[in-house]
Write a protein that binds this ligand. Structure first.
Ligand code: BG6
Length: 483
């Protein structure tokens, strides 16, 4: 991959994502020398603002959200890359004027016509933006062009396909970068090489040894101020269709050979295609959905989901989802994958736990032993730990102890830095490819139908807990438990 001078055109430059993630990511890339020598960044927003006002907004965002503090000695050089353009996505003329600005900057800076369009906008605008990019000729540049698009990528199979077809009218498939920020988390990106670098880990990931795999993404936050979106999406669309299924693929990806980027993609698709369908009639046997009720978090009372501002009092939206998956792939035959995610749970944690088969020897000599576990903590901290049984110095009992290989998460690059850098380079390995998106919606669809037809009970759980009881029972059916 090579880094070439380019224009970064940001739709939604006054939005939350831009302030919290994108500007800080660009700044940290700049500090690391990971931006092209010359880059023209054009932020688009509806409200009028001058370039100076925009640049000071960017500066504010850096002060508030950058992982490294702002360095006054280079700040001006960084901010000088930014221009603002007042833009109404629904008006064709806006695009013609945008093209003029883009070209003028390309000429002024002497850079090639390489254009990256970043859509951080409401889904309802994507259609009109891509059509107009095409109509205005913004996409008829001599250099490369790329489209980076934020989720949600559709609401079901059909809308996802429509959206994809729409994008394909203006961009080739290999020019489309669908962001799933879980794929930008450093631990997720290094899983494969980590296993390759450690033959010990490699040999542990053996079908004969593994009992089950558990993937958890729990959050403390509730719906926050996003009820408008979230009450129509629920955990299943917000977290499962994208982030959790991506983690399933990345975990199951394991192959005892050095995977080229191309192979990662093929293997991921292969895994997802082997994910056994859960039909809507049988969903209740494999899936648990829940909604948080009033409770306590860190000793402070919090309200239930239905009492949150903007949420319908009769809402049946899920804020929790757990499921048992079967992967009909030779490497994972007979090994259940459990996934769960929830808001307003007892802690913020994203982790993958591999539970190994345990010898249930009914012997006094092995009293107190429990299954070995391999835990890959993805966030907020990064660590790998292995749980083994150790005999207590006094007495005959075993107790589990952890061998812990934590890395310091301090000053780790953020997901958006890694992903933006890849998009700038043109490396799409850690983006969601169309077939993955399509297959994941296909897998989700019967569950959405089960929701709609009320075939799945909605379990309440106390805010600050580990989720509904029913999720514990789901694992007990196979003598497992959540770790
Ligand atoms: C987002 C979801 O994609 O991921 C949010 O829309 C969720 O609802 C967030 O809170 C979780 O991301 P992270 O990186 O904090 O685990």
């Amino acid at each position: 991959w090579s880094m070439e001078d380019m224009t970064f055109i940001l739709f939604g430059a006054t939005g939350d994502l831009a302030q919290r993630k994108l500007f800080p990511a660009l700044y940290n890339l700049y500090l690391d020398g990971k931006l092209p020598d010359t880059v023209s960044i054009i932020g688009l927003g509806r409200k009028y603002a001058s370039d100076e006002a925009f640049q000071s907004k960017v500066e504010k965002a850096l002060c508030a959200y950058s992982r490294r503090s702002v360095d006054p000695s280079n700040l001006q050089e960084f901010l000088a890359k930014f221009r603002y353009f007042t833009f109404d996505a629904t008006i064709e003329e806006s695009y013609v004027n945008l093209l003029k600005l883009v070209e003028a900057r390309e000429k002024e800076l002497g850079i090639p016509e390489n254009r990256l369009f970043y859509l951080s906008v409401a889904p309802s605008l994507v259609d009109i933006i891509t059509s107009n990019l095409h109509a205005s000729g913004l996409d008829k540049n001599k250099g490369w062009k790329r489209l980076v698009i934020e989720k949600p990528f559709g609401r079901d199979v059909e809308t996802a396909r429509q959206l994809n077809d729409k994008l394909l009218e203006t961009f080739h498939d290999n020019e489309i970068y669908r962001i799933d920020h879980y794929l930008g988390k450093p631990m997720v990106q290094s899983l494969n090489t980590l296993i390759l670098a450690n033959p010990v880990l490699d040999s542990l990931l053996d079908q004969k040894l593994i009992s089950n795999v558990q993937i958890t993404a729990s959050e403390i936050v509730g719906v926050e101020t996003r009820a408008d979106y979230y009450d129509k999406a629920g955990a299943i669309r917000d977290m499962v269709q994208n982030h959790l299924l991506q983690l399933v693929m990345m975990t199951a990806l394991y192959l005892p050979e050095n995977l080229t980027d191309n192979k990662i993609q093929t293997k991921k698709t292969e895994i997802l295609a082997s994910l056994r369908t859960i039909r809507k009639e049988e969903a209740h046997q494999h899936v648990v959905r829940g909604q948080y009720e009033a409770g306590e978090i860190h000793d402070a009372p919090v309200t239930g989901y239905k009492e949150e501002p903007g949420v319908e009092a009769s809402s049946k939206n899920d804020t929790y989802f757990a499921a048992r998956l079967a992967i009909d792939h030779p490497s994972w035959e007979g090994i259940p994958f459990y996934i769960r995610t929830g808001k307003r749970m007892n802690k913020k944690s994203t982790q993958i736990v591999v539970e190994f088969k345990h010898k249930m020897v009914d012997s006094d000599r092995l009293k107190g032993t429990s299954p070995n576990l391999l835990v890959l903590e993805i966030s907020p901290n990064e660590s790998i730990s292995l749980r083994v049984n150790l005999k207590e110095a006094s007495g005959n009992q075993f107790k589990p102890v952890w061998i812990d290989f934590s890395t310091s998460s301090e000053n780790q690059p953020e997901a958006y830095e890694l992903l933006l850098f890849d998009a700038i380079l043109g490396d799409s390995t850690f983006f969601a490819h169309w077939r993955e998106v399509e297959l994941s919606w296909e897998w989700i669809e019967p569950l959405l139908n089960a929701y709609e037809e009320d075939l799945l009970p909605l379990h309440g759980y106390r805010a600050g807990s580990t989720g509904p009881e029913a999720a514990e029972e789901l694992l007990q059916q196979k003598q497992h438990k959540w770790w």
